[in-house]
Structures are given as C-alpha cells and as structure tokens.
Design a protein around this ligand. Structure first.
Ligand SMILES: NC(=O)C1=CN([C@@H]2O[C@H](COP(=O)(O)OP(=O)(O)OC[C@H]3O[C@@H](n4cnc5c(N)ncnc54)[C@H](O)[C@@H]3O)[C@@H](O)[C@H]2O)C=CC1
Ligand SMILES: CC(C)CC(=O)C(=O)O
Ligand SMILES: [Mg+2]
Length: 360
C-alpha cells in the first residue's frame, strides 16, 4: 500500500534522528510491500531562516494533505539565539503549536515503559524499579496555558507578563474519553492529574473526568495533584497505567517519565485528533548541545514512527516489527551514549539506525 508522509526534520538533532526513522521505515516498506512517499517541509528555526516564519502556509498545506506527519524537533538555544528575540508567534516553537492546533491534534500519547535491557540506565534504585513500569501519559495538547492569551505590558511603571490557562468542558471531555478508551485496552486504571487545590480549570477538569468515568465502570479512576505526581513518578512508577492530564503538566511530567526509562531519547509520542492524520515525534527537543555530533539517540523517533504505522496506517504487524527490532538491538548490547552502560557497545546515531533497520 502507499502512504504519504510529511517529513519535518526541524532544527538541532532533528535532521539526524529523522534520517534514522526514515531509514527504518524504508526497510519496513521493502520488507512488507508498502510505499512510503515523503514530502520534506520546513518548520521551526530553519523555516524562519528560509521564509521569515516558523511554519509557512504552503508547508502547513502539505501536512494537512498527507496521511501523517513525522517530526524531529524544533528550536534553538532559548535565550541566546537570534530566533528568540522576536514576537512569540515568530519563534520556532510557534510553528509546532500552530501545526498541532491546525491539525486538531488534541491528544498527545506518550508511552513510558522500561525495557528490561535498560534497567541499568534507569536512575532509580533497584527496589523502586521492581518489575519495571509501563505507563501512558495522555496529555491534552491544544488547550491550556500554551494556547491562552498572553501579553507583556507595563503596569504602573512595572513590566508585567500575563499568560492565561483556559479549558472548556468539551476540551476536557474529549481527551478524557481518549484516556479511558486507551485504559480499556491496557490495565484499566486512570489517574487524572491536576492542581484542583488551587486552579479553577483543574476543578472543572475533575468534574468532567468524573462524568466521563461513569461510562467506563470497569476502569479504576482516581485524582492526583500534580506536585504529588511528580514525586510519585520517582517513588513508585509501577503504580501508573494511564496518566490523564492537561497540556503543561503533561509536558513536564513526560520529560520526568522519560528519564526513568533511561533517557529522554527513548520516549516516543503520537499526537492525534479525530481523524487518522497524526503527528509523530519524540518527546524531547532539538538538543542543540549535541547537534551535528552523530551521538543523539534516535530510538524515540524510531518508536514514534512505529506509532505512526499503528495509529495512522493500521499496520500493527509492521509496528510490532519495529518495536521488536529496537528491543533486539538493545538486547544485543548496543547503546547510544545517553543510555551507555558497563559492558555494552557504544554506537552513533546512524549506527543505531542501521542496526534497527537491519533487524526489521
Ligand atoms: N517537540 C519539540 O520540537 C520540542 C522542542 N523543544 C525545543 O528544543 C530546544 C532545546 O530544549 P531543551 O530544553 O534543551 O530540551 P531537549 O529535550 O532538547 O534537551 C534536554 C537534554 O536532553 C538531551 N537530549 C535530548 N534529546 C536527546 C536524544 N535524542 N539523545 C540524547 N540526548 C538527548 C539534550 O542533549 C539535553 O541535554 C529548545 O529550543 C526547546 O524549545 C523542546 C521540547 C520539545
Ligand atoms: C515547544 C513545546 C511546546 C513542546 C514541548 O516541550 C513538548 O511538546 O514536549
Ligand atoms: Mg516538552
């Protein structure tokens, strides 16, 4: 079968890791008889350099007309790059926020599980790791603080910056439904994370989640405050199945969850809406500190490509093959530097891609 993929390498390590995911997809294509047709588009700092905007209308149109979108990452050194001394809607990340909003991708699924082979790279003590953990963070992606009205102004002679956090009940309901649906296919446990002891938006969040829960009597549901959740993730990660949370809390908690899987370079993600068109990207950023060195871990991006095969193309067998290839390469002892451990063989970004592709 043929599938069109809008490919967005982006900035920093983006082009390096996307090249490896493409290599793996091409192996899947020839092994299983599919044709993946790529159209490369610019987004982020590279698009600012080329067109003066982080996402052009033409690039957005390509993404909208594709079967799916595969992204590396966007952005540079926040604070000391030329891309940041401009209005917020012209910064690299504005391209990412725009594509998420324009494609209606309100559900960001970030699976965090510990490969047995990576127990040594997990920073937690053995008795905390126990039998490992396997959770999914279901993060709301097109509402909340990242999309609220914001401005900076002088108030009574003092510079004052304002960001607003708004959710309506429909936005909460649709992400809650996604979380309960996914819990039904897993261990039937949802922990909804909020800050209901302070925020009105969190109180509405709790009320709507409780309403949705009534349609899923088999799912065990509870609430947890976000500061406690940050602590519980490193104290008892095995307790989580599905974490349901709003945009910024999910952004922060997923970086924390990624680290206990061994490295932020391991955490994949799928951003979905109400159609088959999804955007697939690693949970990490453009890592300018290691860009161009061929040392970044491409596994999060490769596993994101596997999610693309599963969720956008319904190619479950092929997605399983990619995940199995990743596991095999780790089992064989190959590691990029971020997950390197005693007795293992250190490989570069491109070598890791080659090894995974060879195991398809
Ligand atoms: N989805 C996206 O495009 C995202 C973009 N960003 C942007 O990325 C830029 C850098 O942000 P940071 O806060 O430094 O976060 P980051 O996630 O890019 O990097 C944090 C740390 O993790 C390391 N790291 C990240 N990915 C890695 C990988 N695949 N393999 C090995 N090590 C890896 C980096 O070297 C760095 O030390 C900023 O401009 C930020 O806005 C940040 C998060 C998401
Ligand atoms: C630029 C941010 C909004 C992206 C991010 O940190 C993320 O989606 O994890
Ligand atoms: Mg993030």
């Amino acid at each position: 079968m043929g599938f069109s993929i809008a490919l967005i390498p982006g900035d920093g390590i983006g082009p390096e890791i996307v090249a490896e995911a493409r290599k793996v997809l091409d192996c899947v294509g020839s092994r299983y008889g599919h044709e993946f047709n790529y159209t490369e588009i610019l987004m982020g700092g590279c698009s600012i350099d080329a067109y003066g905007v982080p996402l052009s209308d033409e690039a957005l149109a390509v993404a909208k007309s594709s079967d799916s979108v595969l992204l590396g990452a966007v952005g540079g050194n926040v604070g000391n790059s030329r891309w940041y001394d401009v209005a917020p809607n012209l910064r690299p990340e504005a391209g990412l926020l725009k594509i998420r909003k324009e494609l209606g991708l309100f559900a960001n699924i970030r699976p965090a599980y510990l490969f047995n082979e990576l127990k040594g790279a997990c920073p937690l003590k053995e008795d905390i790791i126990g039998d490992g953990f396997d959770m999914v963070i279901m993060r709301e992606l097109t509402g909340g603080l990242y999309f609220g009205e914001r401005h900076t102004e002088e108030v009574d002679g003092v510079m004052t910056a304002t960001d607003t956090l708004t959710y309506n009940e429909e936005e909460i309901r649709r992400i809650a439904v996604k979380a309960f649906d996914i819990a039904m296919k897993r261990n039937k446990k949802v922990i909804s994370v909020d800050k209901a002891n302070v925020l009105d938006s969190s109180r509405l969040w709790r009320k709507v989640v409780a309403e949705v829960a009534k349609d899923y009597p088999e799912v065990e549901v509870s609430n947890m405050l976000v500061d406690n959740c940050a602590m519980q993730l490193v104290m008892n990660p095995g307790q989580f199945d599905v974490i349901l949370t709003e945009n910024m809390f999910g952004d922060i908690l997923s970086d924390e969850a990624s680290m206990i899987t061994g490295s932020i370079g391991m955490l994949s993600s799928a951003s979905l809406g109400s159609s088959k068109l999804g955007l697939y990207e690693p949970s990490h950023g453009s890592a300018p500190d290691i860009a161009g060195k061929n040392i970044a871990n491409p596994i999060a991006t490769i596993l994101s490509a596997a999610m693309m095969l599963r969720y956008s193309f319904d190619l479950d067998k092929e997605a399983d093959a990619v995940e199995a290839a990743v596991k095999k390469v780790l089992k064989d002892g190959y590691r990029t530097i971020d997950i390197m451990d005693e007795g293992m063989t250190q490989v570069s970004t491109s070598q890791m891609g080659d090894l995974i592709a060879d195991n398809i």
